[in-house]
Design a protein. Structure first.
Length: 78
């Protein structure tokens, strides 16, 4: 189980924060985090092995990411 904290990001990409920092949370989770997990841990690196879940704002992020990437996740939890 991997539990990234997204702070107040809603797990979406947006141009920059108030202090100018780029925040590409969707890209980070979908492109980098899932790839890292599959490359470094014993996982089933297919759609049938992918699930995503979250609490509160993370629940929104889980649903949004899974619905936008149905090729990656077989189940969604909240």
């Amino acid at each position: 189980m991997v539990l990234p904290t997204g702070e107040n990001t809603w797990f979406v990409n947006y141009a920059s924060s108030e202090d100018g920092q780029k925040n590409n949370w969707k890209n980070h989770i979908v492109d980098e985090l899932v790839t890292y997990i599959d490359g470094n841990y014993r996982t089933v690196a297919t759609k049938n092995g992918g699930s995503i879940s979250g609490l509160s704002m993370g629940g929104y992020g889980a649903f949004m990411l899974a619905l936008r990437h149905p090729d990656m996740f077989v189940s969604i939890g909240r």
